[in-house]
Design a protein around this ligand. Structure first.
Ligand code: FAD
Length: 407
């Protein structure tokens, strides 16, 4: 491809979506030069390195959506990838538990959805079967999902980074390179970073929490805005870890793309509880009181945010109070594991989700990928995008091959 040009394709963002996309492109097109530009010193410092580490089954997602299609495919490929590259990964299975009669229709809906999405091995379970799997869990009905698992997505990202460079001499992973703008020329693009400019023919925007800003730098009106939703975690104290064998989830509220506070036994054996979902005042802020004026202004000056507030204020208020009140957070966990006490939980980390919000205040549910001139923009890649990453990579490679006319 282009001679005298630094790279054929530049991917912006060294999270798992950018890396998986670059990896799949380098596999399919070994002769082209691909660079991944990441603004942080290391890969996977934002959503990918701050998530729950769950390999999702694909149970919840609307049949025929990109989420449903890529989750099942990506999950299987991810497990094989982890095995091949010796990344710790375990298929532990999970249960979804209804604790109240009112949740039974929701549980049934998820089960039927899982059948439609052909999730392997799902089964309805009775209270005694819940106890056989999770002896400390109390529920009136449940679903057993055997193909769910846990993994360290940051480790997957690092492996992808190594493979991208191995796949071609001209391929580069450039950390500490923040993209600040673009200069358009007749036959190529100049990508301006804090460390100088690079020329490239095509650009793929996988900037996660910053993806709408990169799209705007390209002159695209993305007709959405990234609204950051922080998720706080607690951890179980060592003595309480025996109360959770694998993964225990509540029945989620179908109005939201979040799965509800759950308990996850991670690959290192620790048990994480969370995340909740509160509007964050900083896109990359992991503390409860972190604040950034530009981020806050951009969220609050967007009509969609106020429409979302109007529609969901009760849910938002509930999540906020639980974020600041350990007792209320614990009460949510006790619905699933009643014997958990105040000394059983200690504060853990946090993650911030890049959730695309439409102008009518709708939380955009499915993955959103747009083309514009020399760009492909990934504008919504929330959970289960880490699970689905290798399949999303294939999908982006397909789009790039056709749209960029790659050989
Ligand atoms: C709390 C939480 C829990 C989750 N749990 C799960 C789970 O259990 N399972 C699952 O499958 N998914 C989960 N997810 C979702 C999953 O983590 C994300 O969908 C996925 O990590 C998105 O990857 P990404 O590469 O798009 O974004 P990111 O990982 O955020 O990567 C984007 C990268 O772009 C870089 N960047 C931004 N701007 C620039 C710029 N100007 N120049 C250069 N680089 C730039 C950033 O520094 C960042 O590294 C969870 C997410 C959160 C937040």
């Amino acid at each position: 491809m282009g001679q005298g040009i630094d790279f054929d394709i530049v991917v912006i963002g060294g999270g798992i979506v950018g890396l998986a996309s670059a990896y799949k492109i380098t596999l399919a097109h070994p002769d082209i030069r691909v660079a991944v530009l990441e603004k942080e010193e290391q890969l996977a410092m934002h959503q990918t390195g701050h998530n729950s580490g769950v390999i999702h089954s694909g149970l919840y997602y609307k049949p025929d959506s990109t989420k449903a299609k890529t989750c099942a495919k990506g999950r299987k490929e991810l497990v094989a990838f982890a095995k091949k590259h010796r990344i710790p990964c375990e298929i532990t299975g999970k249960i979804i538990v209804a604790t109240d009669e009112k949740e039974l229709p929701g549980l049934e809906r998820i089960y039927q959805n899982g059948l439609e999405n052909q999730v392997e091995g799902i089964e309805k379970i009775r209270p005694d079967e819940i106890k056989e799997i999770e002896p400390f869990c109390e529920g009136i009905a449940g679903i057993k999902v055997p193909c769910t698992g846990v993994i360290d997505f940051a480790e997957v990202s690092k492996a992808l980074g190594r493979l991208i460079e191995k796949n071609g001499q001209g391929n580069k992973i450039l950390t500490s390179h923040e993209v600040t703008g673009f200069d358009k020329h007749d036959f190529y693009m100049s990508i301006v970073t804090n460390k100088g400019a690079f020329s490239a023919n095509y650009i793929i925007n996988c900037a996660g929490l910053q993806c709408d800003r990169i799209a705007q730098m390209d002159g695209l009106d993305p007709k959405m805005r990234i609204i950051p939703f922080r998720g706080d975690y607690y951890e179980l104290a060592e003595e309480a870890c025996e109360k959770v064998k694998s993964l225990v989830y509540p029945v989620p509220d179908p109005a939201f793309p979040f799965l509800g506070v759950h308990l996850t036994r991670k690959v290192d054996g620790s048990v994480e509880c969370g995340p909740n979902a509160v509007l964050s005042f900083k896109r990359e802020g992991y503390g409860k009181t972190d604040f950034n004026f530009t981020d806050t202004w951009e969220s609050l000056s967007y009509w969609g945010t106020w429409k979302m507030f109007r529609r969901h204020w009760r849910y938002g208020l509930g999540e906020y109070t639980r974020a600041f009140c350990r007792k209320l957070f614990l009460r949510q966990l006790q619905r699933l594991i009643p014997s958990l006490g105040p000394d059983d939980i200690k504060p853990g980390g946090a993650g911030v989700r890049a959730q695309a919000l439409g102008s009518k205040g709708e939380l955009i549910d499915d993955f959103k990928i747009e083309r514009n001139k020399n760009f492909i923009h990934v504008l919504n890649a929330p959970s289960p995008a880490a699970t689905a990453s290798l399949a999303i990579g294939d999908y982006i490679n397909e789009i790039a091959t056709e749209y960029f006319n790659l050989e």
